[in-house]
Design a protein around this ligand. Structure first.
Ligand code: GLN
Length: 541
């Protein structure tokens, strides 16, 4: 029997609803249940793929090629359950499906309305593509009271009725702010938020209350009284130092116990040893390294969520604290600025789009190559490293990427054709921008004597992609003569996936996004090895 837990948020955004949902799922999993997490996003975009990282943070890509909300990254990292296309939906997707159905005449002349047609489509989505999961946790994006969120709240209200209490539960995440003048945590915003939810017919079963300090019992009782739940169903969600402490902290506050009580199920205590181990390693490192991340969206670190997590995982694997030095690549385009890289033990150029800052990334790759500092180029960071080698070692002075317009030597060019599961995909300059990149997991063969083969300890791998351009195979020989080898390729040998410079302590560029598959319990081998190389580097300087 699948039970559904609906998680809404109130009072303020950015309270960590995604993390809270992921943490609860991991606790249920630690009690032996099979879980799945879903996110319903009320915005109108069909998916976040076309949104600026400044607006929405990172676009998380699943194995099956969906461009999704970054919360799905938390879900995967906390539960190790691979998310699917069917785990994230937006108002835009729901409406475009409903309208397409209407155009096909499938509503048989009905007047299409939010209730029941849009809400039915939402309910169908929530209930679809479920195997034998015992719990499906559905997070509703935004905060209660948002206009866009109403159809989703109505849909989950109806679902609660249809499924019955023994198969559904509503959890509301709120904030108890501390007001210094009063010297108290205040409950009023939470009371209002719970009432707002009641206005749309949903009585929260459990309140998860964020607070920056212990919540006195008297306040818990008060929240319970005014919000119509038992005191035990007011669960403190206190600030913690590391996100890996969240499941442990929630457990100590009784969250999973209360959820089990709601559903009338009894299990043994959750098995939290692996979380304790991760927390121990994260909190008690044996040393530290400093890594420069040279990017374009460093003003909003959510744009690099999975990346900073994967770097932290690499640190956990090496018992090392990884300090990140975020640098806007544009700074390397003017004046004498390269000294910003002098004190770091590794340089990472992450994925990115467009010309702005590209030359600065090329300068960063040049610095790392010449100074023999470990370099990790991801997607765009690989492409720019190849351009740098082509220009400065292979003597191809006009080397560039057609992403920035026509160029004489397009070392990086538009990918016009590729295969996926036997299906041929074609693109050109005029293709739609949304959902048309090479997306999702693709296999890659690793070169026999390559460093990546050693690192992965496997002859072939599968990694997730999100790009439109690729390194041009025609330049393979010239690059090899210059000291850069293509050490990973698509199985048909057509698409370059990995480059490396063998005569360098650690210089690797990958066309895919390994950060999307790193987990605290299973740090990604490339990140583990990059941090190991950075530790070696730190011993030199
Ligand atoms: N802009 C590059 C491309 O589309 C790189 C994309 C990325 O870094 N994710 O190929």
């Amino acid at each position: 029997m699948t039970r559904f837990i609906f998680i809404t948020g109130g009072v303020a955004s950015s309270l960590g609803k995604g993390l809270a949902s992921a943490a609860l799922a991991s606790l249920l999993q630690a009690r032996g249940f099979k879980v799945r997490l879903r996110k319903l996003d009320p915005y109108i975009n069909v998916d976040p793929g076309t949104m600026s990282p400044y607006q929405h943070g990172e676009v998380y890509v699943t194995d099956d090629g969906a461009e999704t909300d970054l919360d799905l990254g938390h879900y995967e990292r906390f539960t190790c359950v691979d998310a699917r296309q069917s785990d994230n939906v937006t108002t835009g997707r729901i409406y475009s499906d409903v309208i397409a159905k209407e155009r096909r005449g499938e509503y048989l002349g009905a007047t299409i309305q939010v209730i029941p047609h849009v809400t039915d489509a939402i309910k169908e989505f929530v209930l679809s593509d479920i195997d034998d999961e015992e719990f499906v946790l559905c997070e509703i994006g935004g905060t209660v009271g948002d206009i866009e969120g109403l159809p989703f709240l109505e849909a989950i209200r109806q679902l609660g009725n249809e499924l019955g209490r023994e198969r559904s539960m509503y959890i509301h995440l709120t904030l108890l702010p501390y007001i210094a003048a009063a010297g108290e945590l205040k409950t009023k915003p939470t009371q209002h938020s719970v009432k707002e939810l009641l206005n749309v017919g949903i009585q929260a079963d459990l309140l998860l209350c964020r607070a920056d300090r212990e919540i006195p019992d008297s306040e818990r009782r008060k929240v319970g009284l005014f919000c119509n739940v038992g005191e035990e169903a007011v669960v403190p969600a206190l600030d913690v130092k590391s996100i890996y402490q969240v499941p442990i902290s929630y457990h100590e506050q009784g969250l999973d116990e209360e959820v089990c009580r709601h559903f009338g199920i009894e299990t043994a205590k959750p098995e939290l040893a692996r979380w304790e181990e991760v927390v121990k390693r994260a909190m008690l490192p044996e040393g530290e390294v400093s890594i420069a991340v040279v990017g374009k969206y460093t003003g909003l670190l959510d744009a690099y969520k999975s990346l900073s997590e994967a770097l932290a995982h690499g640190g956990i694997a090496n018992n090392i604290k990884v300090n990140l030095k975020w640098l806007e690549s544009e700074i390397f385009e003017t004046g004498d600025t390269i000294h910003h890289l002098e004190d770091v033990h590794g340089v990472l150029v992450p994925g990115g789009f467009g010309e702005r800052g590209a030359e600065g990334k090329i300068q960063a790759a040049k610095f790392a190559r010449e100074r023999k500092v470990p370099y990790f180029g991801i997607c765009f960071g690989m492409q720019m490293a190849v351009v740098e080698t082509a220009r400065n070692l292979a003597g191809i002075s006009e080397a560039g990427s057609t992403e920035f317009g026509p160029c004489d030597d397009s070392i990086v060019g538009l990918m016009t054709e590729w295969e996926r599961d036997g299906v041929n995909h074609q693109r050109d300059e005029d293709s739609d921008k949304g959902g048309t990149m090479r997306l999702g997991a693709y296999p890659c063969d690793l070169g026999d004597n390559s460093r990546v083969r050693q690192i992965y300890n496997a002859p072939n791998i599968s990694e997730r992609h999100r790009h439109r351009y690729e390194v041009n195979m025609d330049y393979e020989a010239k690059l090899a003569d210059a000291g850069m080898v293509i050490s990973g390729k698509s199985p048909d040998g057509i698409l370059p996936e990995i480059v490396e410079i063998p005569d360098h302590p650690w210089f690797i560029g990958v066309q895919f996004h390994p950060e999307l598959k790193s987990r605290p319990f299973q740090p990604h081998p490339l990140f583990t090895d990059f941090i190991r190389a950075a530790v070696d580097q730190s011993r030199l300087v």
